[in-house]
Design a protein around this ligand. Sequence first.
Ligand SMILES: Cc1cc2nc3c(=O)[nH]c(=O)nc-3n(C[C@H](O)[C@H](O)[C@H](O)COP(=O)(O)O)c2cc1C
Length: 357
Amino acid sequence: MSVFKGEKLNIEIYGTSHAEKIGAKVSGFPKIKIDEENLNSVLKRRCPKNAVFSTKRNEPDEPIFEKGVDNGVIDGDFEVVIYNKDVKSSDYNELYARPRPSHADLVRYLKNGEKDYRGGGEFSARLTAPLCAVGAIAKQYLYQKYGVEILAYLSSVGKVNGKSYKTDEIEIEEIKSCHGDFPSLSNSREMIDEISSVLSAGDSVGGVVECVAFGVPNGVGGSLFEGLEGKISNLVYSIPAVKGVEFGDGFDISKAFGSVANDPIRIENGEIKIVKNSAGGINGGITNGNPITMRVAFRPTPSISKEQYTVDLETMQNVSIKIKGRHDSCVAVRAVPVVECAVAIALLDCILKEKEQ
Ligand SMILES: Cc1cc2nc3c(=O)[nH]c(=O)nc-3n(C[C@H](O)[C@H](O)[C@H](O)COP(=O)(O)O)c2cc1C
């Protein structure tokens, strides 16, 4: 079980990749009528779509509210359950006691002696399904009550770049329109070709997901430990395979001069405006009224069919493995809605504390 203890929200995500079910127990959530169509559409975006970039594991991911929801209305603590329906544990027979390099297998052994790595257990990205169920409803609440829209897209795959908020003007409608088969704003064909050629070589490839939160009120967050970048990053780093998070111009800002990196402040039509957004909508850990912009780096999938070196923990010998089974070849593709949902949970928790005391 993994627990998020926020300022107001408490979320326990339970289950494993090959268990009968996975789910989330949630407390501290505000009252809301769930838009089921929207919830299902977010979960569907996370589902595998295409054998080139996704696992062939076919899970329908139907959320079932077992507690705390009456006539579609959340009013207090609730639990959402998703049954695993397409489990194939035999794929992992040859991996018994042979940890997959860069997956969580070896650290599971070092921490608690586990040698059975079927489906990655509780470290599997299956657990991002209940995270998305909760995050999708958080997104609904933020939109209905505050007009906040949190939208992500795939900005690069390996060395193939698509549109980025760093170099391009990006409109809300444009991001929404890419939430079909492949979630990039440009160069989708080139990205898919890249994944396809990497897959034929028995390998995998990483990618960058960009996320923009439009309409976040100013004044959310605080100094030091209360800083919003840290609170959002905490949630985003809980997504498996995330190895980097940056806001605004991120690491590039370290190469700029202050005169270029600073965002000028002006009065326009009687209102204070920050007319550039290198800071990514946050100064001093607090939202400044501009969109929050962030980039999330996903590593290449650890499970690849190319030969790799590992150890046999039973015989304590060096061995090599070729991983069979059903794996995503570029996890960043399916991670796009997961990033939106993680950001939504972080923002909702801060907003509930600050605006709804
Ligand atoms: C949407 C998504 C799908 C994933 N699919 C796979 C997969 O099919 N095979 C795999 O080995 N890792 C997959 N991963 C990544 C692993 O879960 C992750 O690398 C592993 O738990 C170790 O965690 P770490 O990379 O954060 O250190 C996926 C991650 C995400 C977000």
